[in-house]
Design a protein around this ligand. Structure first.
Ligand code: GDP
Ligand code: ADP
Length: 207
């Protein structure tokens, strides 16, 4: 019904379950497009190029920045991460919703460019649970885990800039809450104002 798709942005501290919740959401939603990010981070076991991320060298990434190919980018724990601009702009223009899973500095850049975007913050049930999730995932060195936990504090400080907060106590419940947010945003009067104005214009009162 909307002319342009809606841009949804999910952030939250490392280990809160963004990837897990996002994957489950995409199992259930067909009308949502996931924007695969670019990163210079090393590929983790089980990750695939072009599925989880597009893996780039520092030089390649800096070229993407120079060519204005990124909608936003940020450095996070010594690596670059960024969102491909054309994919997001073209998909939204084609009327499809786009979903980004990115950290807070990048999300704030997106907010500058797309203030009409919908910003969702995934929150841990407790800090102890966050620590145990990120440690038990077992994908990072001890040093990288520590750095991610240090980042968590400043990420949580940015929560006020988000429209919605979803606690990830249970994956299915968190997914359902995000689905409700998506549905609600599609019903917002200001988003469908153009459509109903057109509809009213079409009504012929003399007939
Ligand atoms: N700014 C920005 N952040 C991103 C992007 N893609 C992923 N991230 C974020 O970068 C952070 C680190 O991601 P990752 O290395 O996969 O670690 P994980 O969050 O611990 O699984 C997470 O907060 C991601 O959401 C992107 O395109 N732009
Ligand atoms: N609701 C949840 N309850 C328990 N464990 C969870 C939940 N959500 C995610 N996890 C686990 O926490 C760890 C971190 O999740 P992940 O999706 O990789 O986080 P992020 O992408 O935010 O860094 C993973 O081992 C995942 O299986």
């Amino acid at each position: 019904m909307d002319e342009n798709g809606i841009l949804f942005v999910l952030s939250g501290p490392s280990g809160v379950g963004k990837g897990t919740v996002r994957k489950e959401l995409f199992e259930q939603e067909d009308d949502l497009a996931y924007s695969i990010s670019m990163t210079t981070r090393e590929r983790r076991a089980g990750e695939q190029d072009g599925v989880d991320y597009f893996y780039k060298t520092n030089q390649q990434f800096e070229q993407l920045i120079a060519d204005n190919e990124l909608l936003e980018y940020a450095r996070f724990v010594n690596n670059y991460y960024g969102t491909p601009r054309r994919y997001v702009e073209n998909t939204l223009a084609a009327g499809q919703d786009v979903f980004l899973e990115i950290e807070v500095q990048g999300a704030m850049q997106v907010k500058d460019n797309f203030p009409e975007g919908v910003f969702i913050f995934l929150f841990p049930p407790s800090l102890d649970e966050l620590k145990s999730r990120i440690t038990s995932r077992g994908t990072e060195s001890q040093d990288a885990v520590l750095k991610r936990l240090q980042e968590a504090r400043s990420e949580i400080d940015m929560m006020d800039a988000y429209d919605y907060v979803v606690v990830n106590d249970d994956v299915q419940k968190a997914v359902m809450k995000i689905q409700s947010i998506i549905q609600s945003e599609h019903c917002r009067r200001d988003r469908i104002a153009k459509q109903y104005k057109r509809l009213l214009e079409e009504v012929n009162y003399d007939a």
